[in-house]
Ligand binder design. Structure first.
Ligand code: DGT
Ligand code: CA
Ligand code: CA
Ligand code: ZN
Length: 577
């Protein structure tokens, strides 16, 4: 039982190994493509297979006979013989190396062959030795990038991205439900709070047969190791490396336990203190009158609402439970009415094959329309990076013409002609004003020169914000979740500049980025800045906003804070104001 992100990861790794071995590029691409496709499927491969067998898998674009068989093997056994064989052909450490930001298969291969680099420690030593400074394709910048990548990997080790964690947790939940032993089951912990990265999974079950549930949990085929197996609590290490904790409880205390194990710890501490003021003791077993030493009557335990009510509060959404003023807001009846997925009506950042997207404008527009959107901005790159192609002085007419054609071909959705233009090292934009003036929507973002002093980076972004033609700053910290750290600058000064210049800030919903983060989004809102929640899709299947919404909710964002919740008419009013 592997989840989509796990299967995608296997294919991605095969692609990398083949690439590293210098095999046929088409084979490499086939695996990369399959990985991308699978990652963005809205249905689990497991259920597609159960529903329609091998034929249903073959209907997925990019999945041929061979890949379908590999998927079936993984669904059945949780493993893939082919990758096990491949992995035997090279040192294990090369995989870690390839996953470091700034590396990749080609560079890994070169360093392996020429310098016999087989693991991260050796890589770090080589980078620090200065040997690469004069080597073609390397130099100071590349070396620095790799060293940063190594540091980031170390800092993040042990955490997993929310999209992966949530998919695995939902699979475990489904398996446990199948036993028929669960009267209630919930995913708790940081996954329930939808934190962007998670340490481990926490699952709660109410059951009258706890031993049986524990046994079912610990003997699933995804379990690599049982860390602890008790009457009410078990912990396992899954084959994918994630740890999962299961607690089985009496249904009468489910609400108290759910509240406790959802956390955060800081939120719990705050609620407990509030309880003390009311003469109450709160634990995972319930809210009691009196002190811990002299416990009185049980006041609440069945539902989370009961727990909150006992301390005089309304229900607080899990995404808010970080002790970032949500308890005070609840007391003052000032809790936000959080945005939901169905509030979105447009997407203001996506790509076509005019730059580095994989589909035509028409295909992207059609997909957006099918997804129920009222409007989109096609924002192909304007960038000095050759590999993304995109908008130049010489082809802007052709770009606009293509957008016009898409408008005609796909009626019923409004299409803005936009660009995602690079913010250059000095804060100027890659495209001239003459070009930008011909466009309806300008997204500006940083794709290079990540290493600058704090002050220079702040100045760079503020200069872009002050450009009169810029509408929004996309993925403002340029981080790659768990892979590349955010660029560093004075966020407060940048947000103030955005507020002053009426420039929006993006919450990029791509699961690679989730940028702005929750705290920055919250601060942006406080400063009255409008946000956008965009897919940054490079393929119709990437038109996905789920994790942008969860991130926004963690940032206290309401419908009215987000530009692309506006109707087309209202949005146009804002744009032309
Ligand atoms: P993670 O796994 O690092 O992403 O973060 P969490 O929040 O899931 O933390 P975890 O798995 O250690 O524990 C789950 C929840 O259980 C946590 O959010 C709050 C609660 N909890 C755990 N240990 C304590 C504790 O010592 N005191 C209190 N008040 N709550 C705790
Ligand atoms: Ca956890
Ligand atoms: Ca835990
Ligand atoms: Zn983009």
């Amino acid at each position: 039982m592997l989840t989509n992100p796990e299967i995608a990861a296997v294919f991605e790794r095969i692609g990398k190994i083949l690439d590293l071995r210098g095999e046929n590029v088409f084979r490499v691409r086939a695996y990369q493509r399959a990985a991308q496709v699978i990652e963005s499927l809205s249905e689990e491969l497991k259920s597609i297979h159960e529903r329609g067998g091998r034929d249903a898998l073959l209907e997925i674009p990019g999945i041929g006979q061979d890949l379908a068989d590999k998927i079936i093997e993984m669904l059945a056994t949780g493993k893939l013989k082919y990758i096990a064989e491949l992995q035997k052909t090279m040192p294990k450490g090369l995989f870690d190396i390839m996953e470091i930001s700034g590396m990749g298969p080609k560079k890994t291969k070169m360093l392996w062959e020429k310098y016999d680099i087989k693991n991260i420690a050796e890589l770090e030593k080589l980078m620090k030795s200065g040997k690469l400074l004069k080597v073609k394709g390397w130099g100071e910048k590349s070396v620095e990038n790799v060293l940063t990548g190594i540091a980031a990997k170390r800092a993040h080790s042990g955490r997993t991205s929310l999209p992966t964690g949530l998919a695995v947790a939902e699979m475990l939940k489904e398996e446990l439900l199948k036993t028929g032993l669960c009267d209630k089951i919930e995913i708790a912990g940081s996954v329930r709070r939808r934190k962007d990265t998670i340490g481990d999974l926490d699952i709660l079950v109410a059951s009258k047969k706890p031993e049986k549930v524990m046994k079912a949990f610990c003997t699933q085929k995804d379990v690599a190791q049982i860390l602890a197996q008790g009457e009410t609590k078990s912990s396992v290490r899954l084959k994918n490396g994630l740890q999962a904790d299961l607690r089985v409880l009496d249904i009468n205390v489910f609400g108290a336990a759910l509240h406790y194990f959802t956390g955060s710890k800081e939120h719990n501490v705050h609620i407990r203190q509030l309880g003390i003021k009311h003469g109450l003791t709160i634990s995972e077993y319930g809210v009691y009158k009196g002190t811990a030493e002299k416990k009185g009557k049980l006041m609440a335990s069945k539902t989370e609402e009961d727990i909150y009510r006992a301390v005089g509060l309304p229900f607080i959404e899990p995404e808010l439970r970080e002790d970032k003023w949500e308890v005070e807001a609840a007391q003052k009846k000032m809790l936000p009415d959080l945005i939901t997925l169905s509030d979105l009506r447009g997407d203001l950042h996506l790509h076509s094959n005019f730059s580095d997207g994989a589909a035509t404008m028409i295909e992207m527009a059609q997909a957006a329309k099918n997804a129920g959107l009222e409007y989109i901005a096609i924002t192909d790159h304007g960038s000095p990076m050759g590999m993304v192609y995109g908008i130049k002085e010489k082809n802007i007419k052709e770009y606009l013409k293509k957008i016009d054609e898409a408008r005609k071909a796909v009626p019923g959705i409004h299409i803005l002609a936009g660009t995602e233009v690079d913010i250059l090292e000095d804060g100027s934009l890659y495209l001239s004003d003459k070009i930008l003036k011909q466009l309806d929507w300008v997204v500006a973002s940083i794709h290079g020169h990540f290493k600058m002093t704090h002050a220079a980076m702040t100045k760079r972004i503020i200069r872009a914000i002050e450009h009169p033609l810029v509408n929004v700053i996309a993925h403002p910290t340029a981080r790659l979740l768990l892979k590349r750290d955010p660029i560093e600058y004075d966020m407060e000064a940048v947000l103030k500049a955005a507020s002053k210049n009426n420039v929006a800030m993006e919450i990029n919903a791509s699961i690679e980025r989730l940028d702005l983060n929750d705290l920055h989004a919250k601060r942006a809102k406080e400063l009255g800045i409008m946000l956008t929640i965009d897919s940054d899709a490079h393929h119709p299947r990437d038109l996905s906003y789920r994790f942008g919404i969860t991130q926004a909710r963690r940032g206290w964002i309401e419908k009215g804070d987000v530009l692309n919740t506006k109707s087309w008419k209202e949005f146009e009013k804002w744009r032309n104001a």
